[in-house]
Design a protein around this ligand. Sequence first.
Ligand SMILES: Cc1cc2nc3c(=O)[nH]c(=O)nc-3n(C[C@H](O)[C@H](O)[C@H](O)COP(=O)(O)O)c2cc1C
Length: 204
Amino acid sequence: MKLLHLDASILGTGSVSRELSALIVRRLTGDAPAAVTYRDLVAEDPPHLTAATLPGAHPVSAMAGTLDAAGQDVRDASDRMLAEFVAADTVVIGVPMYNFTIPSQLKAWIDRLLVPGTTFRYGAAGPEGLMGGKRVILALARGGFYGPGTASVSAEHAEHYLRTVFGFMGIVPELVLAEGLAAGEPNKAQALASARDAVGQLAA
Ligand SMILES: Cc1cc2nc3c(=O)[nH]c(=O)nc-3n(C[C@H](O)[C@H](O)[C@H](O)COP(=O)(O)O)c2cc1C
């Protein structure tokens, strides 16, 4: 198995999404040998999307012209992020909800993935995802409740956005959810227990 593991929480050791993503990786790898690439997107802090920071395979990257040495380093890092995603057969992502959506560090990483001709293409029938067969597991942590029937359902822009993005590339992500983490200790304990249980139910 070639596994790519990413985290994006700013809360360090107190992070729920980091705990769950690590648990998922342990569940999937067990004692078997696995090539795991780990990226802490908060530590790496990939810069915002520009023509210069796009991977070289993206047609718009040419607009940046010739890059200086520092710019080329950033381009190389973008090329590496795209290549790691394409090469992985399984991708595990710790996703905290901040301000109703995903952390901007994770958005910056995703901005390096949507490259026409590499992860999707435009065909006669419209866009077609080219990453089908890749397994993506999201460990999503959020303070409130956003499920169907809740008052906040329309404010959920993390899970919904990620389903859209990965769906565009031909992937149906699996989800481990811990929600209501800010709704008091009993709710938090229950959410953590049910998320840990969900990890145990994942196909290894
Ligand atoms: C800066 C910040 C913004 C947050 N915004 C939201 C939010 O919009 N909705 C929500 O349900 N929870 C929100 N929370 C709560 C987090 O989703 C919750 O703490 C979760 O555990 C974050 O994942 P983490 O522990 O892996 O960092 C926010 C927390 C922080 C620190």
